[in-house]
Design a protein. Structure first.
Length: 191
């Protein structure tokens, strides 16, 4: 685990070669990132994120059948997500490969586990790994937010998810506003 964190940190360090000065906005496109990836890669990423957000919506409803259906769609997107073009940067490739493998495993658990608490625990892990992928790829646009519910699993155990806005639906059913911990384009926030 420590190795993965170091590997992830090294990947983020190597990707921060461009100016990330607050207030400078890149031109408007579907996905903007530090690296230059193919249109096909961007389409797979966009489809995977769309399926992820459907999974989060179904979790908000607490509908296990919808979660399994959404999970199946996400699994299909992830299985077709080709990262081979990243191989020229072995550190980045390895970090994305490991995180993507973890996302796939948690997606499979969401599909197969009959317990809602376990499904939500898998959403927490899946979301963290997916956010790692977004930040390692240097995604600047669209901006994604790492949101947390401070008591998602009881006894002060927080649960996290990715939102398209700071008010994105909470898959854990927590009361109150979610805490915004990070943005995919800038790292940590002070909220």
């Amino acid at each position: 685990m420590v190795f993965l964190c170091l590997l992830s940190g090294l990947g983020r360090f190597l990707l921060k070669n461009e100016d990330l000065t607050p207030g400078t906005a890149p031109p408007d496109t579907a996905f903007q990132h530090v690296g230059k990836y193919s249109d096909q890669f961007n389409r797979f990423l966009k489809k995977s994120m769309a399926d992820y957000f459907l999974l989060i919506e179904s979790s908000v409803d607490g509908n296990q059948e919808k979660m399994e259906t959404s999970g199946t769609a996400l699994k299909a997107s992830l299985d077709s997500f080709k990262i081979e073009e990243l191989i020229t940067d072995t550190v980045l490739y390895d970090a994305i490969y490991l995180a993507l493998d973890n996302v796939k495993a948690e997606t499979a658990a969401i599909i197969s586990d009959p317990d809602m608490k376990e499904k939500r625990a898998s959403i927490n892990i899946l979301s963290g790994e997916l956010f790692t992928i977004l930040t390692n790829l240097g995604i600047r646009k669209p901006v994604y937010y790492w949101l947390t519910c401070p008591d998602a699993f009881g006894n002060g155990k927080e649960g996290g998810w990715i939102g398209e806005t700071t008010a994105s639906p909470d898959p854990y059913g927590c009361t109150g506003e979610p805490l915004v911990k990070k943005r995919s384009d800038m790292g940590s926030t002070n909220q």
